[in-house]
Design a protein around this ligand. Structure first.
Ligand code: RUB
Length: 342
């Protein structure tokens, strides 16, 4: 009667869902680590129960956020390498496979960084959007080879991941100009590159990344600034080879509009009393919220068509977006049933 999913895995899933763990590569790393923990701590006494529990853990992780394909790709990689006749052998292979995944992930990011750094010249100004560890790896590699880089960092509403980017770039000694998203077009005149990461890349070369990426890419094209996407191959979305589209995550409206702000828009005359009860969350207004004609939409990602992207930089080299499908076929081949559904 042991719980199917270890509490540590449930905690990781909650951290991913609430974005304490965020960013496609970091999510993939955490998911692989969680599967290793599930294997380590499993009290299953027979191989079938062990595998059932592992699959249940993978499913719980899979269901957290829908857009970054690095998450299912990580789960697939680990689960497909699990082998053995006994619980001990299954445990060992799961832990080894998760370790290999995490090591390769780190290696891929640093190789990608060196490849991406070749596109950056001494004195270049790079405009960033959101926070991408793959994109930062390119800047870090450029700095290591003595190239001076400056950055214009977009704040990235609603969650301001640009602040994480600004902090990490400052730690690397990069001069940073932080701007609100709406100032991007104006500052593109001062940029030599737009550099972003990806949550998923589709077979046609479309890039799915933080909301606002597509508008930035269109403006960059109009201004003649090349757009470079830094993305390890675990960001390639195998389902898109068979015509599936990538699900775009819709997040909580309160990331955009707090309960207090909603009250101010809907009933500005009600004053402080209604504001404080709304913040407490136990005002009657809460229940009427669903009937309100004030709708907030909060998509977390958007799709940038391949024609606005100059290069996709991976650990396997850089590609024009239209040719990424060749690499995808080589790496993923035919898609089969998901291991957590078996
Ligand atoms: C993060 C985001 C990042 C990609 C790539 O969105 O869009 O650009 O995940 O990041 P969120 P990395 O903050 O909603 O997770 O290069 O680190 O994988």
């Amino acid at each position: 009667n042991q719980p199917a999913v270890d509490p540590a895995v449930t905690d990781t899933a909650a951290d991913i869902a609430t974005m304490r763990i965020r960013g496609a590569a970091t999510i993939a790393d955490a998911a692989a680590a969680a599967l290793a923990t599930q294997a380590e701590r499993s009290t299953a006494t027979d191989p079938a129960a062990f595998e059932r529990n592992l699959r249940a853990g993978a499913r719980e992780l899979y269901e957290t956020r829908p857009t970054a394909v690095s998450l299912p790709n990580a789960l697939r990689y680990v689960l497909r390498g699990v082998e053995g006749e006994t619980v001990a052998a299954l445990r060992k292979s799961t832990i080894e496979r998760a370790d290999t995944f995490r090591t390769e992930l780190e290696q891929a990011q640093s190789t990608l960084g060196e490849i991406g750094a070749n596109r950056l010249r001494d004195g270049d100004v790079v405009m960033t959007h959101c926070h991408s560890t793959d994109a930062l790896s390119c800047i870090e590699a450029a700095l290591e080879s003595g190239t001076h880089i400056e950055a214009i960092v977009k704040e990235t509403r609603p969650r301001k991941q640009g602040h994480i980017t600004a902090r990490q770039l400052r730690e690397l000694g990069v001069p940073v100009t932080l701007i609100v998203d709406n100032a991007a077009r104006r500052y593109l005149d001062e940029a030599d590159h737009v550099l972003v990461g990806a949550d998923s890349i589709a077979a046609d070369g479309s890039v799915i990344n933080k909301i606002g990426t597509s508008g930035l890419a269109v403006n960059a094209r109009e201004r003649g600034v090349p757009v470079m996407v830094a993305a390890q191959t675990i960001k390639l979305h195998p389902d898109t080879m068979t015509g599936h589209t990538v699900a775009i995550e819709m997040r909580d409206e309160q990331e955009v509009l707090s309960l207090e702000e909603r009250v101010e828009i809907e009933s500005p005359s009600e004053g402080a009393e209604s504001r404080s009860t709304a913040v407490d969350g136990n005002d009657d207004k809460d229940s009427s919220q669903s009937e309100s004609d004030l709708t907030v939409e909060n998509p977390a990602f958007d799709v940038t068509p391949p024609r606005y992207i100059d290069a996709i930089v991976t650990e396997r080299g850089q590609f024009p977006p239209e040719s990424i499908v060749t690499l995808m076929r080589e790496l993923f081949g035919e898609t089969t049933a998901e291991p957590w559904e078996e």
